[in-house]
Design a binder for this molecule. Structure first.
Ligand code: NAD
Length: 496
């Protein structure tokens, strides 16, 4: 059986642990690999290696750090299909979707190759006579990334390339459910010329994360995952005086105005709601139909019903299985609660399976109408291929509904009216807004800016905000003595 190695001090090594976690193919739940639960001594070695590497890496020329990213980008593109196959094998994602997962990570590496311009400080000459002030951006030290199962390429790539390009060293603790993709990403990073100790990969689950969070040497913590874990990590990291950014769960609404283009709405909502089996933090899980647009609920449901789950290489498959039997049980239980609480089931995917793969974690596309905000299917993040449809009379009511929701990751509005779109973008309390674009995930020259319970922290992932997150600003005030030496002691705080 394939035992997943760890990356410690530049070497891919087998753990000496006795405890291993099964990595399975979600299409049949057969084991495809085993991931170690790292020993504390192995975590200590990884941190010591990262601390040591930081002393030299922070002094490497910024253009050389950028060149590592350029070589890495090239290798990732060369291995794009291979990475996507590995990713499909452990997540069940369709090949095209897996390629998208890798691609959105490659885009961040491209941005990391542009690091020099993002690390520029500021200068003001003559802040006082003969005195200049300038600022420089310096890396923090050892940074930690804890990633979820649903984007095993994109999310690790949100983190370590930006942190490392900024001059830090990094410990990655990927999801124990799909560690094969992240470890392959790490192999390619070493091949790209990253010096030993700059990136380290440790496997495990909550105990390993908690040990890392309490470790003196970790300066900053990036986390992506569920709300309860995100809250715990944010609290623990900040109680330990570490910087933290924690991206958490979501409930994303799409508001459909009656003047929108019906065909565009339906085409976009099908993929945005049940694509990737709904296991996207930016999936649209609630469609809010304003006024007469409610007439499109049935045609939308008919289109969604046509989407079939299937195997990663099945060209007809719209999405794959859920990640685990536990995830499937949770989604089925929420669908059941939706029925019991009085929502109307237009499409029911509870009893879906795929021939020959009956033991897989399949749930078919599911659409509920007449959903109300007090129902569990509205309140909980389902993280399955389930769309809840709600009807309201006005845009104001839609805004009130979305703003009362505790999550604020993404939202979209479909409309032909600039005024309606502008009102929505200005007043909605959600961090990422699409206008006639269903899943508004910003490209990496911007940042990924979830709000409310979808994010704990202040500086967000990738873009300029990531550079700020992974660095300190140092401000220098300097005077070079010339003939014009001020006379007598300066007894004030003013620069003279
Ligand atoms: P999860 O919270 O179960 O796990 C995420 C990571 O935390 C894993 O590496 C896991 O090992 C670790 N972990 C789990 N329990 C822990 C604990 N008690 N203490 C310390 N560490 C622990 O999340 P998941 O199921 O892998 O991912 C799905 C979730 O991630 C969804 O809620 C989804 O919305 C969210 N997500 C959010 C974003 C975003 O940008 N906001 C992006 C992707 C996924």
């Amino acid at each position: 059986m394939n035992k997943v190695p760890q990356l410690i001090d530049g070497a891919f090594v087998q753990s000496s642990t006795q405890e291993w976690i099964s990595v399975t193919n979600p299409a049949n739940n057969q084991e495809i690999a085993k991931a170690p639960i790292a020993l504390q001594s192995e975590i200590d070695q990884a941190i010591a290696a990262a601390e040591m590497a930081f002393q030299t890496w922070k002094k490497v020329a910024v253009s050389e750090r950028a060149r590592v990213m350029l070589r890495y980008q090239h290798l990732l593109k060369e291995h794009h299909d291979e990475l996507a196959k590995i990713l499909s094998s452990e997540t069940g994602k369709t090949f095209d979707d897996a390629k998208g997962d890798v691609w959105r990570g490659i885009e961040v590496v491209e941005q990391a190759a542009n690091i020099a311009s993002m690390m520029m400080g500021e200068t003001v000459e003559n802040v006082a006579k003969g005195i200049d002030t300038y600022s420089m951006i310096q890396p923090l030290g050892v940074c930690l990334g804890i990633t979820p199962f649903n984007f095993p390429a994109m999310i690790p790539l949100w983190m370590f390339p930006m942190a490392i390009a900024s001059g830090n060293t990094f410990i990655l603790k990927p999801s124990e459910q799909d560690p094969l993709t992240p470890i392959r990403l790490a192999e390619l990073f070493i091949e790209a010329g990253a010096p030993k100790g700059v990136l380290n990969v440790i496997h495990g689950s909550k105990d390993q994360v908690n040990y890392l969070l309490n470790h003196r040497a970790i300066r900053a913590v990036s986390f992506v995952g569920s709300v309860p874990v995100g809250q715990h990590i944010y609290k623990t990291a900040t109680d330990n005086m570490k910087r933290a950014q924690c991206f958490a769960g979501a409930k994303n609404h799409s508001v459909i105005m009656p003047d929108a283009n019906k065909e565009h709405v339906i085409n976009n909502l099908v993929g945005a709601s049940v694509g990737a089996a709904g296991q996207r933090c930016m999936a649209i899980s609630v469609a809010v139909f304003v006024g007469n647009s409610k007439e499109w609920i049935k045609p939308l449901a008919e289109q969604i019903a046509k989407v079939k789950p299937g195997l990663w290489d099945d060209k007809e498959a719209g999405f794959g299985p859920l990640i685990s039997p536990a995830a499937k049980a949770r989604v089925l239980s929420l669908i059941q609660q939706g029925k019991e609480e009085g929502a109307t089931v237009l499409v029911d995917g509870s009893n879906t399976t795929v021939a020959g793969y009956e033991s897989g974690n399949w749930v078919g596309p599911t659409v509920f109408a007449n959903v109300t905000p007090n129902m569990s299917i509205y309140q909980e993040e389902i993280f399955g291929p389930v769309l809840c449809c709600i009807e309201v009379d006005t845009l104001d009511e839609a805004l009130e509904l979305v703003n009362n929701n505790p999550y604020g990751n993404g939202t979209s509005i479909f409309t032909a009216s600039g005024a309606a779109a502008r009102k929505y973008q200005s007043n909605v309390e959600v961090g990422q807004v699409g206008i006639n674009v269903p899943i508004p995930v910003p490209l990496p020259f911007f940042s990924f800016t979830g709000w409310k319970n979808s994010f704990y922290g202040d500086l967000h992932a990738y873009g300029k905000q990531a550079v700020r997150f992974y660095t300190e600003t140092k401000t220098i005030t300097s005077r070079w003595l010339d003939d014009d030496i001020p006379s007598g002691p300066n007894m004030t705080i003013d620069l003279k």
